[in-house]
Design a protein around this ligand. Structure first.
Ligand code: AMP
Length: 423
């Protein structure tokens, strides 16, 4: 047997790919409606972009990157997330010099060397949004309402939006110290990962899934109680807007996110009952990132949605399956002159904008009708000897079974008009 696909990757097969197209259509439409333009960055970047942009103490940079040397001995990495590449592009093309805010979105595969399980893959798709140049809390709210809009549009009902603020470079350092002091005596009871987090990134200990770490931090001080005035007012404004829009959120004072770059608002959207991998999206504000990556001081805010997980969540809810409408029609033929005419007619109808198929296996009329059923067509055209002699085709409307004869010269215009008339 030929080699199987690499572990943690998926083939999106016909049937399933329709659902992806529908999801992507909704994403493009909704992003457009919120004033965002699509950006497509390379699938790989210089490794240092992620080391610097995501943070060296994050799980991604420490153990999940697909890093390789190319033939010119450069270290490259398959992108594990979309924010660092978009910031790189924002700087490289000096978009900060254009009208702000810059509102960008992307859709595409990301790569992380994680242990594969349901909802966690090594190549997975994200749709994400980044907005630069505004620190307005109303824009943080847009980051929360936009993915929700996509979920609702696709039919997802059951999700929770967890929101928190993790402060800024002003309020975080004194809080960090406080947290370290609180955990100091129990340091050696933390799991191995958290012991190394203690010095480098202690807030991430709050996020640990190991039960002993969770117990040790159950009563730990939380950043929410130590926000500076600016962060506290900003977070209050975010919450006020959310309330005004009637967006139900779960204030989650323990929520911290896996990247170093976040400041102020962070959020995560979870689907209860989806299992261990229950986050369908998340994001937050990153006011220091653009400057840290060598650009002018520019606030930023964004989110990313895991697209496989959205489909898994829809399956779990037993939501109405996302299907495309069937094809317009099928041209049935009987060989010989009828076949020749069919090839020309199918070509003409397709050029006229109709979706049409025919038989390419020399099948019986009965088998052709089965193929037409599978394509869920609205009509079947018959090109028998009598019809050809009369310069006409017989049209059968599949829903009602009614039949009519239409002149070949008028077919394209007639079928197009009927498509509008009987959708
Ligand atoms: P993150 O970039 O880690 O904040 O992830 C954003 C979203 O991407 C998550 O909420 C998940 O829905 C999705 N995601 C992250 N990692 C994976 C993965 N390995 N496999 C599938 N989806 C993922």
């Amino acid at each position: 047997m030929a080699t199987a696909r690499p572990r943690g990757t998926n083939d999106i097969l016909p049937g399933e790919s329709e659902r992806w197209q529908i999801m992507e259509d909704a994403i493009h439409r909704i992003c457009g409606a919120y004033g965002y333009q699509e950006i497509r960055t390379p699938m790989f970047e210089h490794t240092e972009l992620f080391e610097r942009g995501i943070g060296e103490t994050t799980d991604i940079v420490e153990k999940e990157m697909y890093t390789f040397k190319d033939r010119g001995e450069r270290s490259l990495t398959l992108r594990p997330e979309g924010t660092a590449p978009v910031v790189r592009s924002f700087l490289e093309h000096k978009m900060y010099g254009q009208a702000l805010p810059t509102k960008l979105y992307y859709v595409g595969p990301m790569f992380r060397y994680e242990r594969p399980q349901a909802g966690r893959y090594r190549q997975f798709y994200q749709f994400g949004v980044e907005a630069f140049g505004s620190s307005d809390p109303a824009l943080d709210v847009e980051m929360i309402t936009m993915p929700i809009h996509v979920y609702i549009e696709l039919g997802l009902k059951d999700f929770e939006v967890h929101v928190n603020s993790i402060g800024c470079p002003k309020c975080r350092p004194p809080y960090r110290q406080r947290l370290q002091k609180y955990l100091n005596d129990d340091k050696d009871k933390l799991c191995g990962t958290c012991q190394s987090r203690y010095d480098r990134n202690p807030m991430r200990i709050l996020d640990c899934k190991v039960s002993s770490c969770q117990e040790l931090t159950a009563e730990a001080p939380l950043i929410a109680d130590y926000l500076c005035e600016e962060c506290s007012e900003h977070f209050q404004a975010v919450q006020n807007y959310l309330q005004q829009l009637d967006v139900k959120v779960v204030p989650n004072r323990r929520l911290v996110r896996g990247f170093d770059y976040y400041t102020k608002t962070v959020f995560e959207i979870k689907v209860p009952g989806l299992g261990a991998q229950d986050a369908v999206g998340g994001g937050g504000r990153y006011d220091g990132l653009v400057e840290e990556m060598g650009g002018p001081s520019t606030p930023g805010v964004g989110f990313a949605v895991g697209m496989e997980r959205v489909l898994l969540a829809l399956d779990k809810e037993g939501a109405k399956t996302l299907t495309r409408p069937g094809m317009d029609g099928f041209v049935a033929q009987f060989g010989g002159a009828s076949k020749e005419r069919a090839v020309a007619l199918v070509h003409e109808l397709r050029r006229a904008g109709l979706s049409v198929d025919m038989d390419y296996l020399g099948r019986s009329l009965k088998a052709q009708m089965k193929a037409a059923d599978r394509a869920r067509v609205h009509w079947v055209l018959f090109l028998g000897d009598d019809e050809l002699a009369a310069g006409a085709a017989r049209v059968r409307w599949m829903k009602t079974g009614e039949e009519e004869t239409v002149a070949l010269a008028e077919l394209a215009a007639y079928l197009k008009a009927q498509k509008e008339a009987r959708p």
